[in-house]
Design a protein around this ligand. Structure first.
Ligand code: UDP
Length: 466
């Protein structure tokens, strides 16, 4: 009998329409493609060109479906959350993606046989599609396992019931060495009797994720072993730590100076002058208050450290007239989309003032750069705790009275920025960041923990298990 080689597994990846959720899944598509898995990415028409340019890989197919044009939450052509007029329409935006379901199912039916769908947790309805189509689904939700575990523990044990205020620390059940406050959590996890739209939204995401074949987590075992073990002992679905995905960012050939973005040319000058630079960026989504932006600007100005600060275009006028002129030569403000990894990997960059979005943290890890943690929204306060108190590769910027939420003052910004760039704390953090970086690359190389976990996961969903 002639033997035929079975076709390679075929994975469909469907990222949620936000930078912080889409970029890592596109990096994962490279990792899968490098393992000879055929990959199709599904996106919406307005996101097509951004997806193609992040992928930089023609062997990964991209197919579009059309975003509902009767969406009341997003202006026409806005199909990504960072372009929403305001974040209060976020849940409605997520809900409106449900209208993509018939097109998504049709697109998947028309593809060569699909072995697995990896879709974002916010695209909760893809679980119904996967069930209908008889295809295993894995969920990606962009978080690390530490933060997910802390949220589940809050929900399950309600340790905040025992304290008198949202700023009073409590020991975390089963992890008594960790002290958190209710204010380290966003709603609904900080509430004792959660109810309302945010709670219902979260319950719906949890229920659909629980029906999936597992969570694909952009992290690595050595970074958070006890939380990975705890999650898989106590919660479902099973978490598979197979990152950090940013290790798979395609290498670009070194550019001629004239082709380099102006901020990279500026960093080259700083490197030649032996002036270490602090990179400042608060991600694609969170909006710092005007008061907070001004405090950061004043703090950076006072600190006397060299810095490159990437702001959203609308933030430029909020940081104050004359700021750029006053810091000229020492500080650079960029109001454009940058290649963050390019900046973090630049040898002049020795620190990252970050909102602690999980991708930014992982990118800092992969570049071996210590973090100045200034969380703003979502689970960023937990990520900041993890970076500073668990991993030891960051210093925290605290609001007054060291409470989790509030405005971080200019004095704190100046003092801790100097400590990170020139002090003993900074040296300790950089040494630790270098160790963590090695752990991350070790996990991703052949035989490393993430690589082995991914092998087992692929076998698990493709039914190749022995
Ligand atoms: N990012 C970028 N250029 C920018 C701003 C952000 O490449 O000018 C990328 C950053 O590298 C990261 C993602 O956008 O991959 C932001 O994700 P993160 O989880 O850090 O924060 P979010 O934007 O979701 O709050």
């Amino acid at each position: 009998m002639p033997t035929t080689t079975p076709p390679p597994p075929h994975f469909v990846l469907f990222p949620f329409m936000s930078q912080g959720h889409s970029i890592p899944l596109l990096h994962l598509s490279h990792i899968l493609s490098n393992r000879h898995i055929s990959v199709t990415v599904i996106t919406t028409s307005a996101n097509h060109s951004a997806v193609k340019s992040t992928l930089k890989n023609d062997s990964i197919s991209v197919i579009d479906i059309s975003f509902p044009d009767n969406s009341v939450t997003a202006p026409p052509g806005v199909e990504i959350t960072d372009k929403l007029p305001c974040m209060s329409s976020f849940i409605d935006f997520v809900d409106s993606t449900k209208q993509l379901q018939p097109q998504f199912e049709l697109a998947v039916r028309n593809l060569p046989p699909v072995s697995c769908i990896i879709s974002d947790g916010f695209l909760f309805w893809t679980q119904d599609s996967a069930d209908k189509l008889g295809i295993p689904r894995l969920v990606f939700n962009g978080m690390n396992i530490f933060s997910m575990t802390m949220c589940n523990i809050m929900e399950q044990f309600k340790p905040h019931a025992a304290v008198g205020s949202d700023n009073e620390p409590f020991p975390v059940p089963d992890f008594p060495r960790i002290k958190l406050t209710a204010n380290d959590f966003g709603p609904p996890f900080n509430e004792l009797e959660p109810k309302g739209p945010e709670f219902e939204f979260m319950v719906r995401l949890q229920k659909t994720a629980a029906r999936s074949r597992g969570l694909v987590v952009n992290s690595f075992y050595e970074l958070e072993p006890e939380f990975n073990d705890y999650w898989n002992r106590n919660y479902a679905p099973k978490a598979w730590l197979v990152g950090p995905f940013c290790v798979a960012i395609p290498q670009t050939t070194p550019k001629e100076t004239a082709e380099k973005p102006k901020w990279i040319q500026w960093l080259d000058v700083k490197l030649a002058a032996h002036e270490p630079v602090l990179y400042v960026c608060f991600g694609s989504q969170a909006e710092a208050s005007v008061e907070q932006l001004v405090e950061v600007a004043v703090g950076l100005e006072r600190s006397n450290v060299s810095f490159v600060w990437v702001v959203k275009p609308k933030e430029l006028r909020l940081i104050g007239e004359g700021f750029e002129a006053r810091v000229e030569g020492r500080g650079k403000v960029v109001a454009e989309w940058v290649d963050q990894m390019d900046i973090l990997k630049h040898e002049a960059v020795c620190g990252f003032m970050s909102h602690c979005g999980w991708n930014s943290v992982l990118e800092s890890i992969c570049a071996g750069v210590g973090i100045l943690a200034m969380p703003l929204i979502a689970e960023q306060h937990l990520n900041a705790r993890m970076v500073v108190e668990e991993v030891g590769m960051g210093l925290r910027l605290w609001p007054r009275d060291k409470v989790a939420r509030g405005v971080v003052g200019a004095e704190e910004v100046a003092e801790v920025a100097v400590e990170l760039m020139r002090g003993e704390g900074g040296r300790r953090v950089r040494k630790r960041a270098e160790e963590v970086r090695e752990g991350a690359y070790g996990a991703m190389k052949e035989g490393g923990s993430s690589s082995r976990t991914l092998d087992v996961l692929i076998d698990h969903v493709c039914g190749f298990e022995g």
